[in-house]
Design a protein around this ligand. Sequence first.
Ligand code: 13P
Length: 249
Amino acid sequence: MARTKLAAGNWKMNKTPAEAAALMKELAQKAGNAANDVLVCPPFVCLDAVLEAAKGTKIMVGAQNMYFEDKGAFTGEVAPGMLREMGVTHVIIGHSERREYFGETDETVNKKVLKAIEYGLCPVICCGETLAQRQDGITIEWIRMQIKKAMKDVTADQAKALVIAYEPIWAIGTGMTATNEQANEVCAAIRVLIVELYGADVANEIRILYGGSVNAGNSKDLFACSDIDGGLVGGASLKADDFTVIANS
Ligand code: 13P
């Protein structure tokens, strides 16, 4: 069974609610029935406006983070049930920016993954190596460790529906896209790990994205690689025309 490609936009900390609604309206027109599955992940405060503007299109809406408790005294955090009730379907978990600036660890990533699944949200689990780790030749080992920890206690049935995003940190926002070979090599290694952990059926279904300076010019070749099932896109997802090209790649 062929895996449907997924073009996922991570808007990061960009767009006010009004700006986000405007971008979503433009995307709805241009990419509303794109060839690939399409997901956009705006900031929390824009979710309502974006969900409204996405109605009637195939574009799915995700969050960029969530907390791993159901509710309670956790000032400033957002619970999975809140997202679910709004109509959010996906949640990015463990982005390298959250790991670097906000103390996200492999342990909190795993807690969030399990909690998201419990609430019927599809986790988009991020992993990626630094430039130093790549130069030291430990990329695959590092990525395998990150994914093993992130997916601890996730069952095979649950794993099938997950999305994994391989985003080399040195390629994020730098314009230094990994080569098709570099990106595919790591995505293929992740699939091998999924075979080891869950068997070939799960590995054939799970979607593994590449992220890091994906743009309208390189998405087609990247998405054509054997083990790359789409992209997690930052900067280029903020431009409707560029993201539409990516959504059709
Ligand atoms: P850029 O596409 O801007 O490099 O960002 C990638 C990313 O971090 C997506 O989550």
